[in-house]
Design a protein around this ligand. Structure first.
Ligand code: HPA
Ligand code: ZN
Length: 326
């Protein structure tokens, strides 16, 4: 079977996906026009041409600018439905969506507007495509822990609709330990915990995410390869890594896909998954991440099957829900 067909037919979960990062320029411009929002670019083409990133921060600056087009509940609904349609076409049976409420509440958008639009899309996607989903609230790590607590306070009335918390945005200089108290409180509330670590930040941030935040999965985590003891720990504990190969190349974590360390991590016995991160900005949804990585690194079909199975095992669902996929 051809690789493309094989990959799309593999049941898989997407576990590292920022819903704001699925905002394609066409929808961005439609929403901006509908909402009377001014964008820093004149056209869809000019927007795409600006997606020439040098590092994480150069991406984040554009990503936050684009998110300004999202204003109403229906905008968040449209955004997430567009993602689910693509995910379904890629063989995604379950998706755990990160969302960044602080990006929106800072612009005067109500927390409930964001959550209601996303949640309605999750329900519709289940009805239309049979896709299961979870919502994971991400705290922006360039902001203070105090501001994180304020975001949690806004989320409190809605905790039944949120499955976990994560940590994203500018990594360097913002170690996981900065949010020790906030994540302890989230764990007390029964929320699942994940964190971006070891994308641009050092391996020590991965260890901190595990030891201090008690992260159940590490988002990215590719810099673990620099620390043999950490590699052994991750292999032994089987804490999943949500790796995003196309993102890593676009943000210059690796110079080329052929130089990505995903196969090294996999061969060392780590629980590696493949995800798209911010597919509208990084040139591909999850199936393209699988396919391009397989071609660049010589992954076998057995490797791809293992990776897809890892993603289903690493999802925040119970075994009864997982069983039909395995
Ligand atoms: N890293 C950190 N923060 C982010 C990312 C990422 O890859 N995408 C969206 N926010
Ligand atoms: Zn991410």
């Amino acid at each position: 079977m051809e690789l493309d067909t094989y990959v799309r037919a593999l049941p898989k979960a997407e576990l590292h996906l920022h819903i704001e990062g699925t905002l394609e320029p066409e929808l961005m411009f439609r929403l901006a026009a509908r909402n009377g929002v001014a964008l820093p670019w004149a056209s869809v083409e000019e927007t795409r041409a600006a997606y020439d990133f040098t590092d994480l921060q150069s991406f984040l600056d554009l990503y936050y600018a684009g998110a300004a087009a999202l204003v109403h509940e229906h905008d968040f609904f449209d955004l997430a439905m567009a993602y689910f349609a693509r995910a379904h076409a890629d063989g995604v049976v379950h998706a755990e969506l990160f969302f960044d409420p602080q990006t929106h509440t800072a612009r005067g958008i109500a927390f409930d507007t964001v959550l209601s639009g996303l949640e309605r899309a999750c329900r519709d996607a289940h009805a239309r495509y049979g896709i299961g989903s979870r919502l994971i609230l991400c705290f922006l790590r360039h902001l203070s822990e105090e501001e994180g607590f304020a975001a949690l306070a806004q989320a409190m009335p809605h905790l039944g609709r949120i499955h976990g918390v994560g940590l994203d945005s500018s990594e360097k200089g913002h170690p996981p330990s900065k949010f020790a108290r906030l994540f302890a409180r989230c764990r007390e509330l029964g929320l699942h915990v994940v964190a971006h670590a070891g994308e641009e930040g050092p391996p020590a941030y991965i260890a901190e995410a595990l030891d201090v935040l008690k992260a159940e999965r590490i988002d990215h985590g590719v810099r673990a390869a620099e620390d043999p003891a950490l590699m052994q720990r991750l292999a032994h504990t089987q804490v999943p890594l949500t790796v995003c190969p196309l993102s890593n190349v676009r943000l210059r974590v690796f110079p080329t896909l052929a130089q990505h360390n995903l196969k090294t991590l996999l061969d060392a016995g780590l629980k590696v998954t493949i995800n798209s991160d911010d597919p509208a900005y990084f040139g591909g949804y999850v199936a393209k991440n699988y396919i391009d990585t397989a071609k660049a690194l010589g992954l076998t079909k057995a490797d791809l099957k293992r990776i897809a199975r890892n993603s289903l095992e690493a999802a925040f669902v119970d075994d009864a829900a997982r069983a039909p996929w395995l």
